[in-house]
Design a protein around this ligand. Structure first.
Ligand code: FDA
Length: 305
């Protein structure tokens, strides 16, 4: 049943008719639980509410699919606008972005140029930028581009996915850059040639890279909704006297909200990943596909209105 629902939501995420319909009504009926809205003022509003609850934020602009240099430049301009809004409203927020939306599939240099423009603006505004990690095909280039930028900028980080066999090697390889890394399990469908097929192995490797990165003395963002991984992190932190300002937890907006608040109350830094923008529909359907149980929350939201 769960598999059936998963496939159904993945189908909806790609269907043009439903995309159109949902764009018109969806944010009012449920999607608003996972997405901040379509515009920067919507995002600012949500960030202010979260900051008020002592939750830090990273915002992610959900743009349209990019297939020209001009569209990539526009996506970079949107990011710069978001960075300026963060500074103008004095928000506790970083920015996350995907290199494909910066034009990586057009060319390395297009993405690099757009990233430099964003990082210059972000440096001036004191905003930190995280490059999300996409599928395996783009992993090597993403890390190459990250290293090139890290040599010139302090305010940049990226993501390592524990489902990849290469994850631990990448942690070691990046160590000389003193990187601020978000550690995740990984969200894409990958071949067993490059990624652990069994969840048990992904979890073990996740623990391994958390420990490695923290013991290397680098800043770690532990991005998971999994209590076992959160408990493991706290155990490593305690056993090795790792200061609270060397790590944080991250979760997605609208997911495990009570746990987010609990971690803040326990004195830990908790950052919420808040997506906003026109392309919210695909993101929303992928969240439902990931965990069909979320449908119940959405339905409660609809009925409750
Ligand atoms: P997992 O899916 O293994 O679930 C373990 C347990 O956690 C569940 O049994 C349940 O108890 C709890 N749980 C999980 N989801 C829940 C839910 N929706 N509601 C309630 N409980 C839940 N991926 C990527 O490839 N590149 C990236 O750049 C990023 N960036 C990113 C940023 C942030 C802030 C987060 C939180 C995640 C990402 N990810 C990501 C996604 C990540 O790789 C992963 O797919 C998801 O976080 C799901 O894995 P978990 O570690 O949360 O737990």
């Amino acid at each position: 049943m769960e598999r059936l629902l998963r496939n159904f939501f993945l189908f909806l995420s790609k269907n043009k008719f439903f995309t159109k319909l949902a764009r018109k009504y969806g944010l009012r009926f449920g999607a608003g639980r996972f997405v901040a809205g379509e515009t920067i003022p919507n995002a600012v509003n949500t960030i202010q509410k979260l900051n008020h609850q002592k939750l830090s934020v990273t915002i992610d602009h959900l743009g349209e699919f990019i297939d020209s240099k001009q569209e990539a430049q526009q996506a970079a301009d949107d990011c710069i606008e978001a960075v300026k809004a963060i500074a103008e409203h004095n928000l506790d927020s970083q920015l996350s972005l995907k290199l494909t939306s910066m034009g990586l599939d057009i060319s390395y240099d297009v993405a690099l140029e757009n990233m430099r423009r964003i990082l210059d603006a972000a440096e001036q505004s004191g905003v930190f930028i995280t490059i999300d990690m996409e599928d395996y095909e783009r992993c090597e280039t993403t890390l190459k581009l990250f290293k090139e930028l890290r040599s010139d900028y302090e305010n940049i980080g990226t993501v390592i996915q524990s489902y990849l066999y290469r994850a631990a090697e990448d942690i070691e390889d990046l160590n000389s850059y003193n990187p601020n890394l978000r550690l995740v399990k990984g969200a894409y469908k990958e071949s067993p040639k490059v990624a652990f097929p069994d969840k048990k192995d992904v979890d073990e490797n996740y623990k391994k890279i958390i420990k490695m990165h923290l013991l290397n003395g680098n800043y770690a963002a532990i991005a998971t909704h999994d209590d076992a991984m959160i408990e493991y992190t706290l155990q490593v932190v305690k056993e090795n006297n790792i200061p609270h300002d060397k790590f944080e937890f991250q979760m997605l907006y609208g997911i495990r909200v009570e746990r987010q608040e609990e971690l803040v109350k326990e004195g830990y830094k908790m950052r919420v990943y808040v997506p906003y923008g026109n392309d919210w529909y695909g993101y929303f359907m992928r969240r439902l596909a990931e965990r069909p149980a979320n449908v119940a929350f959405v339905l409660k939201g609809v009925v409750g209105k």
